[in-house]
Structure formats: C-alpha cells, structure tokens
Design a binder for this molecule. Structure first.
Ligand code: MD6
Ligand code: FE
Length: 216
C-alpha cells in the first residue's frame, strides 16, 4: 500500500502504516527541521537535558527535557507529568508554535483532525543510548494520538504489541520522519535500539525525538 500526498509545497511524502492507527510519514518534518532544532536549543537553554532516574533506580541513557503545560518525568517516586521542571522549580518552557503546527498537520495527514498537544517530551540520544520496550500510559485520555518527530542520526524503532513479549517489527526512523500513533495500537509496546555512532550534518553525533501528547 503506497499513498502519496503533499505536506507543504511540492515535497512528496510516503505514508507507511505501522499498525492499527499508527502511521509513519516519511520526511514529513524534513523541510522544517532547522526551525525545530533551533527551538530545541531554546528549550534546552531554559530546561536543560538531564538523564532521569527510573523508579527502579537506574539512570536512563537517553537525556530528556520537556516543553508545554505538562512535562513527563521519572524519579524514584515513579513516572508522571508535572507542570514544573523538578530541577529548577520553574514551569516547563512553552510549546513553540512550530511544534503545534507540525503536530496538527501530521495528525490531520494521519486521520486525527483537531489534535492539540499540551506536552512535548524531548529525547536526546548519543551513541550507545537506547530506550527499552515501554508503553506510553501516563496520559489522561488514550483517545488522543501521539505525534513523534525524529531528527538527526537514524535509529531503529521497535514496534511491538499489547504484551511486552509480543514480536516486534523493526522500523528505521530517519531525520524528518514523523510517526502518528493513536487508535488501537496507542498502548502497544515500543522502544529504540542502541544508537549507532555516526555524524549527521544537522545534529552531529546525536538523535533527537519529539513526542507531542495531550497529557492532561
Ligand atoms: C523515540 N519514541 O523515538 C521514542 N512513544 O525516541 C517513543 O517512545 C514514542 O515515538 C510514543 C509514541 C511515539 C513514540
Ligand atoms: Fe514511547
């Protein structure tokens, strides 16, 4: 199944279904990547990337920060959304207009009109970083999709099923790719394999991932 459409201007984008309600929009954010990366720099100036601690006491290999009315955090007390950055006590930086516009456009392209995120988790991977299989279930209403944007070095994404032990499909996510994920597979397990070393013209030895959510 191959479905072509126009995201903006004359750029062609490939629609790849990943599962029920999950679609990969190849290159959807490529034309806006410089703006997105500049916004990530501003967010990190106000709320620096940090490696959070899991409830089990492990330091995550992925460094994280947030913007929006709510931000996702983990520490010894558990996983949750907070309105303030626990490191500074300040509210998370605002969700930039460019993030909101992209999230809405990608959601429309994937068949989820009217998506308005209030939270964006920003992940930063350096070579060796990985994200083990997990579900995103700290949001109040699973009826909303999640819009995920990959920037910089490519990574292998694992897309599993409702059980942690379900087989996973491996998908390469590259600079500018967007995944919109809702519907029946909203609670499916997923993860990111260990980032391989490399050099990307826009981000150097790094991968960034934005996940925009309606958390509250
Ligand atoms: C990442 N993404 O790509 C991690 N979660 O770095 C996620 O964990 C994720 O891409 C929920 C929905 C989409 C995602
Ligand atoms: Fe996730």
């Amino acid at each position: 199944m191959r479905d072509l459409f126009e995201p903006s201007g004359d750029q062609e984008v490939l629609h790849e279904p990943l599962g029920e309600g999950a679609v990969l929009l190849r290159g959807f954010a490529a034309a806006r990547s410089a703006t997105l990366l500049a916004a990530i720099d501003s967010i990190a100036d106000a709320a620096p990337f940090r490696r959070m601690i899991t409830p089990g006491g492990f330091e995550m290999s992925v460094a994280m920060t947030n913007c929006g009315t709510a931000g996702w955090v983990t520490d010894r007390k558990g996983y949750r959304y907070t309105t303030h950055d626990p490191d500074s006590g300040k509210p998370w930086p605002r969700l930039p207009r460019e993030f909101l516009d992209l999230a809405e456009a990608a959601a429309v392209a994937a068949g989820f009109p009217g998506f308005l995120p209030d939270a964006c988790l920003v992940n930063r991977y350096e070579p060796g970083a990985r994200l083990s299989l997990h579900q995103d279930r700290d949001e109040a209403d699973y009826g909303h999709p999640i819009v995920s944007v990959s920037l910089g070095l490519p990574a292998t994404f694992q897309f599993g099923g409702p059980k942690r032990s379900d087989p996973v499909k491996k998908v390469a996510l590259r600079h500018g790719d967007v995944v919109v994920w809702g519907g029946a597979s909203r609670l499916f397990h997923h993860g990111v394999l260990t980032l391989k070393d490399g050099e990307h013209p826009s981000t150097g030895r790094r991968r960034f991932n934005l996940t925009m959510r309606k958390a509250l």
